[in-house]
Design a protein around this ligand. Structure first.
Ligand code: ADP
Ligand code: MG
Length: 289
């Protein structure tokens, strides 16, 4: 795994054991603005990687290149050793499931139907659901604690319920790799834990954008920090989540301790913004904004 800026124009040689997901020098430039700049990242099979960083850092944009919603301006994205842009949509959907930030308007569909859509990449045209599909869909509904909503119209659910249904749909897709963009955003604490625990239990390869750094530290093998389109730090939580990084990237004063029971890094933010760009005390002690 690398987090380097490089100006290579030729495609790097294939590694002996392909990463499940790999970004090679990926840049996304829109209207002359670099939203993602020279990001290289390798995610090993079974690894769960958190993508963190301030609003607008480029996390969603990078993830969109992974599930092929956005073509990088330069660089490559490969899945299981294959350039995703050279493969069919069906090939990709059998291997990669995405849980996106925006809940689509799934008009008229029941929760069951939305989750059953996850089976589509595994079916031939016009092939109906068989007993296996129904078992997988019901299992995914139960895993996300939404089985009792199976016949409810998707559009009427709360934000958190919708989010769980969309995770269930990705689960029903039975893809080896998952890309999740803030999947825990609307979830209460119990359901946040359940969702992330589930991700670990599935033993899938995952890249998950998260805002909660403590959750990222507790559940992810490595943390990738993005800031202004760049990957600025990559590594195990204990190496990456330092007070100086949090000050630099998030402009917060934070204490980093270790959880008394798990040893995982724990971040407590100290109110105020002593490093602040936005609330810097003036020479006369007044606070300017
Ligand atoms: P994050 O997910 O880290 O909050 P995003 O990847 O959504 O950040 O956005 C990164 C930056 O790119 C933001 O400033 C956003 O406004 C901008 N941006 C995102 N998509 C587009 C687009 N299609 N066209 C122009 N700018 C975009
Ligand atoms: Mg985003």
């Amino acid at each position: 795994m690398t987090a380097t800026s490089k100006s290579a124009t030729s495609r790097p040689a294939t590694m002996s054991r392909p990463a499940a997901l790999r970004a090679d020098d990926v840049s996304v430039v829109i209207d002359g603005r670099t939203l993602v700049g020279n990001v290289s990242l390798e995610v090993a099979p079974g690894e769960v990687v958190a993508l963190v960083g301030p609003n607008g850092a480029g996390k969603s944009t990078l993830l969109r290149t992974f599930y092929r919603a956005l073509r990088p301006t330069s660089g490559w994205v490969s899945l299981d050793g294959e350039d995703v842009w050279r493969m069919t949509g069906r090939w990709l959907a059998q291997r990669l499931a995405a849980v996106l930030q925006e809940a689509p308007g799934e008009f008229e569909l029941t929760v069951y139907d939305v989750v059953a859509m996850g089976r589509t990449p595994h079916k031939r045209m016009f092939q109906g659901d068989d007993a296996d599909d129904r078992r997988i869909v019901m299992g995914a509904l139960a895993d996300l604690d939404v089985a009792d909503l199976a016949q409810a119209p998707f559009d009427r659910l709360s934000g958190g319920e919708k989010q769980r249904v969309l995770i269930a749909r990705a689960l029903a897709q039975r893809a080896g790799t998952m890309v999740l963009d803030e999947p825990t955003n609307h979830l209460d604490l119990r359901h946040q834990l359940d969702a992330l625990q589930l991700l670990r239990r599935l033993e899938v390869t995952a890249v998950v954008a998260l805002h909660d750094l403590n959750m990222a530290a507790a559940f992810c093998d490595r943390i990738c920090v993005m800031d202004a389109g760049r990957l600025v730090a990559v590594g195990p939580p204990a190496e990456v989540l330092t007070a100086s990084l949090l000050a630099e990237v998030y402009r917060v004063d934070a204490e980093v301790s270790h959880h008394p029971r798990t040893g995982v890094p724990q971040i407590s933010v100290v109110p105020g913004s002593p490093f602040g760009m936005s609330h810097r005390p003036d020479a006369d002690g007044a606070i300017s904004t």
